[in-house]
Design a protein around this ligand. Structure first.
Ligand SMILES: Nc1ncnc2c1ncn2[C@@H]1O[C@H](COP(=O)(O)OP(=O)(O)O)[C@@H](O)[C@H]1O
Ligand SMILES: [Mg+2]
Length: 395
């Protein structure tokens, strides 16, 4: 049974190919490197280990020049306009000594604080990494330098870092509306107002665009190992940006091989082949995207132990429903109170179903998902007057 509106996806795939070919690399040239700052920490001289850097710093920078990039990193110690080097004192002052009243959250790598940098008049998010949980210093710095080269409107920008003494701190742009988790899945009494349908589709589009960049522009492709709604952050206009891509490679379970990795945990987002073999591919990210997209549509968590056993696992609950179009409306988040275009709902569920195919090779490329979501996130006047019958016919 063809659940997806193949006609629509195929048509827009052609546009997508055209669009993609006009995309420019995110960084134009290694000659843009202006690096003026030096690392403050003796320890950081370890970064001159060129073999490690050339493995780690290998984003596509306007061609096949990863070695040159690595050499420039070593020579200059910083990537031009990208990563700023902060002192511990600066960041302590920005966060009022890492005050709990400025705590934004705490994850597997440490605590995140809201901070204010007086010198640049910037509000930032300061992530103080747990000192015992992070791999070597060289890897930290190489990874930071790599991440500072990855720039896209749908990736949270790493502004800089601090490696004073034993401190390892990352400074990111501050995302005003917090995480997708807070906005979508929080059921506590003080929860944020529900996201409307088109905001949801726009968030999904942004996430897919961020992933597309990581898959298609980064060389080798960057795969997300920790895909979940708390790593999708929302700016003041509810645009979605991915965070913590790359960071998981620094964690205690990370190895040098970024392709076959230990499965961190079975958290409801992992593709079946990743769970079984530890093999991470761009298609396993598409599966994880499918899980998050299903959360966006349904407002249900990937794993929710408070639900009846047959509904605890979102994908297991949804799979039989994918086969029956009559059930699609029952899948929509009840807090939407029916305020969504029926046709759009059907198509969104079809896209999620394709991303969640068991067989990795039958999942769409993230670029095709982007194209579908560009269409689904446009407010369409016809939606208001459409009937279920029309929606079913159009499918
Ligand atoms: N750049 C940021 N801007 C605003 N809030 C952030 C930012 N980064 C992280 N946060 C908040 O801090 C929380 C903890 O982040 P993190 O340490 O990455 O752990 P996790 O992703 O497991 O929640 C996030 O859930 C989010 O609410
Ligand atoms: Mg995170």
């Amino acid at each position: 049974m063809c659940i997806l509106s193949c006609r629509r996806i195929n048509t827009i795939s052609c546009d997508h190919t055209m669009r993609k070919s006009s995309l420019k690399p995110s960084k134009s040239s290694v000659h843009e490197i202006k690096g003026t700052k030096k690392f403050d920490d003796d320890d950081t001289n370890a970064i001159s280990s060129s073999s490690m850097i050339s493995r780690s710093v290998s984003m596509s920078v306007g061609g096949n020049k990863p070695r040159m990039v690595a050499e420039d990193v070593i020579r200059h110690g910083n990537m031009g306009s990208s990563a700023e080097v902060y002192t511990f004192r600066e960041l302590a002052s920005a966060t009022e000594n890492f005050s709990l009243k400025l705590l934004l959250g705490e994850g597997g790598f440490g605590r995140v604080y809201k901070g204010y940098l007086k010198t640049t008049n910037q509000v930032v998010a300061v992530k103080q990494l747990d000192r015992n949980g992070i791999q070597g210093n060289r890897e930290f710095l190489a990874e930071v330098l790599t991440l500072s080269m990855v720039q896209h409107p749908n990736l949270v920008k790493l502004l800089g870092y601090c490696a004073d003494g034993r401190q390892r701190i990352l400074v990111y742009e501050y995302m005003e509306n917090g995480s997708l988790e807070d906005n979508l899945l929080d059921s506590s009494p003080g929860r944020k107002p529900p996201l409307d349908w088109y905001t949801r589709m726009n968030i999904a589009k942004g996430v897919a665009q961020g992933l597309e960049y990581l898959h298609d522009k980064a060389n080798p492709p960057v795969m997300y190992r920790d895909f979940k709604p708390s790593n999708i952050l929302l700016d003041e206009k509810f645009n979605a940006k991915l965070s913590d891509f790359g960071l998981s490679k620094l964690g205690p379970t990370g190895g040098e091989d970024h392709v076959t990795t230990m499965v961190i945990q079975t958290n409801g987002y992992c593709a079946p082949e990743y769970e079984q073999t530890g093999q991470l591919t761009t298609r396993s990210d598409v599966y994880s995207f499918g899980v998050v997209f299903l959360e966006i549509i349904t407002g249900r968590r990937a794993i929710d132990n408070s639900r009846p056993p047959e509904e605890e696992n979102l994908v297991a609950w949804a799979k039989p429903l994918f086969k029956d179009r009559k059930m699609f409306k029952s899948m929509a988040d009840p807090v939407l109170e029916g305020n969504y275009p029926v046709k759009g709902l059907y198509q969104a569920i079809a896209v999620a179903a394709m991303c969640l195919q068991e067989e990795a090779s039958t999942r769409p490329l993230i670029g095709d998902v982007v194209t579908a979501l560009e269409y689904l996130s446009i407010r369409n006047n016809e939606d208001a007057s459409e009937t279920d019958d029309q929606a079913a016919q159009d499918e």
